[in-house]
Design a protein around this ligand. Structure first.
Ligand code: PEP
Length: 252
């Protein structure tokens, strides 16, 4: 069964005390209002332990923003899937467009990262999406198809159902520009159809596909109401509890 999910990606924001404050606010919000979707947060990795401890009783799941494509060893600065598991976190974002743009991450890296997470029993949230030039030249369907195939299609059916996908058109991330609900829906449907042709419809119907790209309290409801959209990966609007809560409430 596809799950509705709202996940907040804090990126490189908040010092320790600000992070503690926001986590505490999310804790009291979720305790008081019992969200009707799954809620996840991806704070900077330094705060993973604190987030897991503070949110333990809330049902909110903690993610990291990235994971190494390697398992262990001489990879300075990297964080492995087994380390994430050892902190009792739920999973990790993989292939966020900022990782692709500033750190040269490719879909083959994503494939290795996803496999490492799955081996540890963690949930990968695999991000893909086209750039503005690719959309302007009409390549968006093809780009997303290639990304999905390279990153995911070597997984077995039992593995791929454990992956969450986030379609995030690069031109809509942090720009204030949102894909229209129809533009987002047609790519979500495209991704689900690709999965159905490779793994069958039952598998495709198990996978949550989130939309990311300037989701705000005032557009969340319309975006989430699209047939193939199962929630959102939220950047800027996840940094204040009031906005994040309003987006969560788009599901109620
Ligand atoms: C993101 O970083 O994944 C994102 C969607 O950011 P924003 O909501 O700020 O566009």
């Amino acid at each position: 069964m596809r799950k509705n999910i709202v996940a907040g990606n804090w990126k490189m924001n908040k010092d320790f005390f600000q992070a503690q404050q926001l986590l505490t606010q999310i804790l009291s919000y979720t305790r008081n209002s019992q969200p009707s979707c799954e809620v996840m947060v991806a704070p900077p990795a330094l705060y993973t332990s604190m987030a897991v401890d503070l949110l333990e009783t809330s049902g909110v799941k903690v993610l990291t923003q990235d994971v190494s494509a390697h398992q262990s060893g001489a990879f300075t600065g990297e964080i492995s899937a087994s380390m994430i598991k050892s902190l009792s976190a739920f999973g990790s974002l993989v292939g966020h467009s900022e990782r692709r743009q500033y750190h040269g991450e490719t879909d083959s890296h994503c494939n290795r990262k996803i496999k490492n997470l799955l081996e540890e029993g963690l949930t990968p949230i695999y991000c893909n999406g086209e750039t503005l030039e690719q959309r302007r030249s009409g390549q968006h369907f093809e780009i997303v198809k290639n990304q999905t195939e390279v990153a995911l299609f070597s997984l077995s059916a039992e593995e791929i159902v454990k992956v969450v996908i986030a379609y995030e058109p690069v031109w809509a991330i942090g720009t204030g520009e949102t894909a229209s609900p129809q533009q987002a829906q047609e790519i979500h449907k495209h991704i689900r159809t690709l999965i159905a042709s490779k793994y069958g419809d039952n598998v495709a119907q198990e996978i949550s596909i989130l939309y990311g790209g300037s989701v705000k309290p005032d557009n969340a409801k319309e975006i989430f109401s699209q047939e193939d959209i199962d929630g959102g990966l939220i950047g800027g609007a996840a940094l204040e509890v009031t906005d994040f809560a309003k987006i969560i409430e788009a599901f109620s």
